[in-house]
Design a binder for this molecule. Structure first.
Ligand SMILES: C[S@@+](CC[C@H](N)C(=O)[O-])C[C@H]1O[C@@H](n2cnc3c(N)ncnc32)[C@H](O)[C@@H]1O
Length: 272
């Protein structure tokens, strides 16, 4: 029997992937015209990826995966949503970029892919869909070659606690959600999508988990990886509240007259 969380989350993502392909937020026309969707400093952080084998876990419909390919990497994207992977394959063919896309639950990735990579990349709204972070960390470790690197960009877990998260018009923030999600996860009912609020959707129930920084770091260490960098960033790619200001890097940050907050974090780890 399939786990309930897996069934619910997959149905939700299968419905939303085509909506996202059409959305102005993902702006596929700009991507087609050559814009990289890697806006969180990934390319500067990792450096030259020419010829490197890179796997992108939870790749959605592949824009970030294909951006790595345009930067020179030999890429594989993996996601459990077959509608997302079908769209990724179409986009790759359309723009003439070589990429492999695989449909699989991330927990089965090592078996589905059957090989290891120089770089394992993931994040940006990825681990909140996963109940077991220790098993996830083991997948990351299994997929990276000895001497290879893991690069992870994720929304900071503190973002999840606000009642007003993704409610742009608010003035004040109040904590409304636990930082530490119970083991069974948080059952959410959310019609529409972050990329298109007005989208009419049917599969609106999901189960999600907020994984704290300590939990993630400890899981990666237990999986035998050596963490080389953990950075918390005061900027975010999503303008979650109207009062955020544009930062120098083109992302958004708290205005100077409000206490600052971490919005995202990046983590690097190596095997061996
Ligand atoms: C917010 S998206 C990832 C962000 C991506 N960088 C983007 O383009 O916005 C989350 C992705 O995780 C995938 N996903 C969720 N749970 C998964 C699982 N258990 N195994 C594989 N993919 C999963 C969803 O299908 C979705 O494409």
């Amino acid at each position: 029997m399939t786990d309930k969380w897996l069934e619910l989350n997959k149905a939700s993502w299968n419905e939303r992937a085509p909506i996202h392909v059409r959305s102005s937020m993902y702006d596929i026309d700009a991507f087609r015209a050559g814009r990289s969707s890697l806006v969180n400093g990934e390319l500067d952080a990792i450096g030259d990826v020419t010829g490197k084998e890179l796997v992108h876990l939870q790749c959605h419909f592949g824009l970030d995966t294909l951006s790595w390919a345009r930067a020179g990497a030999k890429v594989t994207g993996l996601d459990f949503s077959d509608t997302a992977i079908a769209a990724a394959r179409d986009i790759a063919a359309e723009i003439g970029v070589d990429a492999e896309f695989v449909v699989s639950n991330v927990y089965d990735a090592a078996k589905a892919l059957g090989r290891q990579y120089d770089i394992v990349y993931t994040g940006i709204g990825a681990i909140c869909w996963l109940p077991d972070i220790d098993a996830w960390a083991q997948v990351m470790a299994d997929l990276v070659k000895p001497g290879g690197e893991i690069y992870f960009v994720e929304f900071h877990p503190i973002e999840w606690i606000w009642d007003e998260y993704l409610n742009p018009g608010v003035e004040r923030l109040t904590p409304g959600y636990d930082y530490f999600t119970p083991k069974e996860g948080l059952a959410l009912h959310e019609p529409g999508s972050y990329a298109d609020r007005d989208a009419v959707t049917e599969h609106n129930d999901t189960v999600q988990w907020n994984h704290g920084l300590g939990e993630v770091v400890t899981a990666l260490i237990k999986a035998g990886l050596r963490i080389t960098e953990l950075k918390e960033h005061d900027t975010t790619m999503v303008k979650v509240w109207d009062f955020l200001e544009e930062a120098d890097n083109g992302l958004y940050k708290m205005p100077a007259d409000r206490p600052n907050l971490p919005f995202m974090y990046t983590l690097r780890a190596v095997k061996g």
